[in-house]
Design a protein. Sequence first.
Length: 264
Amino acid sequence: MNRFPTYFISHGGGPWPWIPDWRARFLNLEKSLISIAREQEQTPKAVLVISGHWEEAGFNVLASEHPSMIYDYFGFPDETYELIYPAPGASELAYKTTQLLHAAGCPSQIDDQRGLDHGAFVPLFVMYPKANVPVYQMSLQRGYNPQAHISAGRAIASLRDSGVLIIGSGLSYHNLRLFNADAREPSEAFDHWLRETLFEEPKARTKSVIEWEKAPFARLCHPQEDHLAPLFIALGAAENDKARCIYHDEYLFGGVTASSYRFG
């Protein structure tokens, strides 16, 4: 089996694929998510999602065979709180992931109760609408320490050779209080920094990502870096691989620039 790439994706807003006007707004994102599934030479044994919507004391791993749903969004139509994405879980791979994390000194434990949050089931619905690819999740660690998350990514890198598609699901811009024209300058500047940084050679790239708070408008674009931290794990799992931008949008919500990347 070929080695799978890793991804950092901007997953959009709420349950957007089920809301027609929002789906039209995220047309470019939808195309990019479809392309992720299509560009794989083989169907993954499972997709591992690191979502900006789950954090724990350690890097916990979801091991449910039939993951439930977590509707962690607010103010959307009633029917979006009844959505079901019935993909099977991947408990065997979940236990393997935990073992890899432990071996690398990364705190981790199994969680067989938690469901899929919208950082997972929303993009997966677009990528694999038949829900026929097993899925499991791994949490962020509280505090979002970049070095710790890159180390966790390094620890699980071998999963790529075992048929696992690793996706860091967040947003390259995530300030829910700053949209429209006010978001244009900071999101554009941060997005430019992110692209230039991810295209650097590996050693310099890792250093720059660890020091991401030095980027233009860093804390304005990410007052809390929960939606940026999935990048750290995706990068750590493909630290020596070249990056490619697979999605780019400007003027979302009147001013937001957002992007997604493939490594490998």
